[in-house]
Ligand binder design. Structure first.
Ligand code: SF4
Ligand code: SF4
Length: 299
């Protein structure tokens, strides 16, 4: 089974327990307005153009069979509508201004790479984490990756929105040791407004996982003006109390570290307040959750 990956990060310390290798899969049905991995949203490989690295040599123009590269006012102009993501131009760009995000690979090749760090996993309680994008967007590939990881004795985590058909989550649960499950907005209408999809499907999938005793860490991105409301914090606290399977609640303050990538990819930058959240504000959110009876907060 082949699938599309855009990054493999080793020695990850924030994607589940222990030292982990995080494999980022391309493709996601959601369009969260605070998304920091825009290169993950579409499944096919995507071209990125970094104008700051471009020396205006125009060596790349002839390499594009699709007419996506042109000289305009003595600068390189990229027509992302015409670009197919074939990557032919990349090798013609010596300064590295052109780059392709994403490549096709297979589960055995990925796990062979991941398994190189097995000694670190064993000593720290770590393993592999599938992230994205959302791994449920490529369900067969995600299943193969996790199954091959388990055959190799590697602990498996998956980070997901949970927005998928119930049979997908049920199948993935057979090869997943721990779910890092996102909870973005308690209110269905606002979930649609800010992510593009409703929250009923993912809440049903969370319910399925918890009722069947699958281990879950509830990950809660908190974005000022979107979901930093008392009602949302109450909903987080209620979920944490309702399900014993939820082992921990992670409050994840918004950051805009990946927003520069929108421009590189020819995508529109999110129209959202990108000020850095002070540590005190995040601490206040965690305290507030504790007061609401949530005892599982990761500090
Ligand atoms: S080859 Fe690279 S440096 Fe030269 S014009 Fe194209 S993108 Fe810019
Ligand atoms: S990735 Fe392919 S289609 Fe896109 S600009 Fe480069 S050569 Fe053209």
């Amino acid at each position: 089974m082949k699938g599309f990956v855009f990054d493999i990060q080793k020695f990850a310390l924030h994607d589940g327990p222990g030292i982990r290798t995080t494999v980022f899969l391309k493709g996601c049905e959601l369009r969260c307005q605070w998304c920091c991995n825009p290169e993950s949203q579409l499944q096919p490989p995507q071209l990125a153009f970094d104008v700051k690295k471009c020396t205006h040599c125009f060596e790349c123009i002839e390499s594009c069979r699709y007419g996506a590269l042109k000289k305009a006012e003595n600068k390189l102009s990229v027509d992302f509508e015409k670009c197919t993501g074939c990557g032919d131009c990349v090798s013609h760009c010596a300064p590295g201004a052109l780059k392709i995000f994403g490549y096709e690979t297979d589960a055995h090749s990925v796990i062979k790479e991941v398994a190189k760090d097995k000694a670190y996993f064993g000593n720290s309680g770590g393993g592999i984490t599938l992230s994205g994008g959302d791994p449920v967007f490529q369900p067969e590939f995600a299943f193969d990756l996790l199954q091959v990881a388990k055959e190799n004795g590697i602990h498996t985590c998956i980070e997901t929105s949970g927005h998928c058909k119930p049979e997908i989550i049920a199948k993935l649960a057979t090869v997943t040791d721990l779910f890092l499950f996102d909870f973005k907005h308690y209110k269905n209408a606002d979930h649609v407004k800010f992510t593009g999809v409703p929250n009923d499907i993912l809440l049903a999938n969370l319910d399925f996982l918890c009722r069947n005793n699958h281990k879950v860490i509830l990950r809660c991105p908190i974005i000022p003006g979107v979901n930093d409301s008392l009602e949302h914090f109450k909903a987080i606290a209620e979920l944490s109390k309702k399900y014993d399977s939820i082992q921990m609640v992670e409050v994840m303050p918004f950051h805009d570290w990946g927003f520069h990538k929108y421009e590189l990819l020819g995508m529109k930058r999110p129209d959202i307040d990108s000020s850095t959240i002070p540590k005190e504000t995040a601490a206040k959110w965690r305290d507030g959750l504790k007061k609401l009876g949530c005892t599982k907060i990761k500090i």
